[in-house]
Ligand binder design. Structure first.
Ligand code: FAD
Ligand code: SIN
Length: 540
């Protein structure tokens, strides 16, 4: 087996991974440079598709205050967001967003050159910066990719997937096994700081706004390595994904910012229905709007409702949402005239690897940032546009932390690690699984039983199915191709979501149990952490 050594290895090329690699390279003098690995090309990530924008409590918007942003975040988080984490991230936003601008990210400005801010659901004021109208993720990632490619100290490995974390007997991360889908080769990379920036797990659901890379790999690898994960039951379903037909599974997002600009939700009879569900109507928190749409679809026996954006001034609508209007046009919808068919879809993984703002996890040498991590910012329900902010603030803090850390590459490799590596030096028996078909089955199980509304019965049914699928799939470690690895990881993530959802016998934020409608603040006002060794644990 080939091997290499880097002090810092970053896995994933979304906003979190790209910015971390860049800041580490800018701040730390590493003789061998930083390695960034991505399982597809650098430009493939959830981040690239982000539309609405990024929260910034920045000096350019003097009316806003950290305390207001914190209040909105805590309210949306339904009692589980950590106040100190929220305050820290909010307070850091000014410095970090201005550093992004220094690194080439261009946010939209008015004719006088001032930054423009928009409103999204559950924000008490306009504080969201955006780029290219509704192409914020593209704006941020393209600028960061340019900077990363220009930086000679950053080494890039594309089409390369992290498949196992190497952990010593002392529970320290020493490196990672990587797999190149194009050559079929496995390799070992030894490191003293392995940074997981592998994004969320929207792909475990049949309908999702997430691209195909979002298979929860980092969460599965970290859990298998013995790191603590938390809040896995909290999956955010975005209310408005384009639903042209029931078979379109990877659903294009219709940004919340369209509702922020005044669009209204209507049912198939053309009636506005949100006032029946919340006095905040279209700008109620995401989970509330999602359940309202879901209820309306069930009442009317329709696969979608509609978003009427035609009431917004035509010129403003087209200027503000060029990507959305273009995509709808490709599907035969002129959004200035015709309501857009929309339905909820899995969008964001609130839980993940338990990590600090600086990315530190429960395993020494292993760091997690961005959507794969769970810092406590989002609680039970993420406030719109807080995710990109968390990605960049945590990447920035991680670089700062590592600049003071001992980054000596491990020299002694114990017997346990040698055995782990050995698995990958041998070929495996058995023929390839039809992993695509198996993934499709898993997605159905999760959507039908662990979706927007859950019950004990549906969760137990899903648990039984997933356990059987895990038994039938014989590969726990080495697999034959990338899709098999992804299926293995998705099974692990699905089982973690179900475990948390079964345990949380209440409804809170995005986790809605029709058999436990109430929020139980006395018994369950805590995070559910899952540790492979200790299994479930509640921590206040
Ligand atoms: P990602 O951007 O998902 O990047 C993960 C990277 O890791 C990818 O490059 C992937 O290929 C790679 N990877 C995964 N597994 C492996 C592996 N095993 N080995 C190697 N590489 C791997 N948030 C906001 O704040 N504002 C918005 O406006 C907004 N809009 C959104 C719109 C859409 C359609 C979607 C899907 C999400 C949106 N979000 C938004 C959420 C936000 O975009 C994501 O939470 C955020 O971009 C996650 O960034 P990340 O860097 O953590 O992960
Ligand atoms: C959106 O634009 O609606 C998505 C914003 C987010 O997920 O934060």
């Amino acid at each position: 087996m080939k091997y290499s050594e880097y002090s810092v290895v970053v896995i994933g090329s979304g906003a979190a991974g790209l910015y971390a690699a860049l800041k580490i390279s800018q701040q730390i003098n590493l003789p061998e440079g930083v390695l960034i690995i991505s399982k597809s090309t650098l430009d493939v990530s959830n981040s690239r598709f982000a539309q609405g924008g990024i929260v910034g409590v920045v000096h350019q918007n003097p009316e806003d205050k950290i305390s207001l942003h914190v209040k909105d975040t805590l309210k949306a988080g339904a009692g589980l967001s950590e106040e100190k984490v929220t305050e820290y991230i909010s307070a850091a936003s000014d410095e970090v967003l201005n550093d992004l601008i220094q690194n080439g990210v261009e946010f939209d400005r008015d004719e006088n050159g001032n930054l423009t801010f928009t409103l999204e659901a559950a924000h008490s004021m306009k504080r969201i910066l955006h780029s290219g109208g509704d192409a914020t993720g593209k704006g941020i990632t393209e600028a960061l990719i340019r900077a990363v490619r220009k930086d000679e100290n950053i080494h890039v490995l594309e089409n390369t997937m992290a498949v196992e974390i190497l952990v010593s007997a002392e529970k320290e991360c020493k490196g990672v096994i990587i797999y190149n889908e194009l050559t079929g080769e496995h390799q070992v990379v030894y490191t003293s700081a392995l940074v997981l920036a592998t994004g969320g797990a929207g792909q475990v659901y049949k309908y999702t706004t997430n691209p195909e890379c979002a298979t929860g790999d980092g969460i599965a690898l970290a859990y298998e390595a013995g790191a603590v994960v938390q809040d896995m039951e909290f999956i955010q379903f975005h209310p408005t994904a384009l639903a042209m037909n029931p078979n379109s599974k990877n659903r294009f997002l219709i940004s919340e910012a369209v509702r922020g600009e005044g669009a209204k939700l209507i049912n198939k009879n053309g009636e506005e229905f949100m006032s029946r569900y919340s006095d905040k109507r279209e700008l109620a928190p995401r989970d509330v709007v999602t359940r309202a749409i879901y209820s309306e679809m069930n009442l009317e026996h329709t696969p979608n409702v509609f978003l009427n954006a035609s009431i917004i001034d035509q010129a403003r609508l087209l200027k503000r949402f060029p990507t959305i209007s273009g995509k709808c046009k490709d599907n035969g919808i002129d959004i200035t005239k015709t309501p857009i068919p929309v339905a909820p879809a899995a969008h964001y993984t609130m839980g993940g690897i338990k990590a600090g703002i600086d990315g530190k996890t429960s395993l020494k040498g292993l760091y997690a940032i961005g959507e794969t991590a769970s810092t406590g910012l989002h609680g039970a329900n993420r406030l719109a546009s807080n995710s990109l902010l968390e990605c960049v603030v945590c990447a920035y803090e991680l670089a700062d932390y590592l600049s003071f850390a001992n980054l000596e590459i491990p020299k002694k490799i114990d017997e346990g690690i040698k055995k782990m590596i050995d698995v990958y030096s041998h070929s495996i028996s058995g023929k390839e699984y039809d992993a695509k078909t198996l993934i499709s089955k898993l997605k159905d199980v999760m959507w039908n039983n662990v979706g927007i509304i859950r019950t004990e019965k549906s969760l137990q049914a899903a648990q039984k199915e997933i356990e059987q699928m895990q038994k039938d799939f014989k590969r726990r470690r080495k697999c034959l191709n990338q899709t098999e690895y992804e299926y293995r990881n998705m099974l692990i993530v699905a089982s973690l979501i179900i475990k948390g959802a079964l345990e949380r016998k209440e409804s809170r934020g995005a986790h809605c149990r029709s058999d436990y409608r109430q929020t139980n603040d006395i018994a369950l006002h805590s995070n559910i952490k899952i540790d492979r060794k200790k299994e479930l644990e509640y921590v206040k």
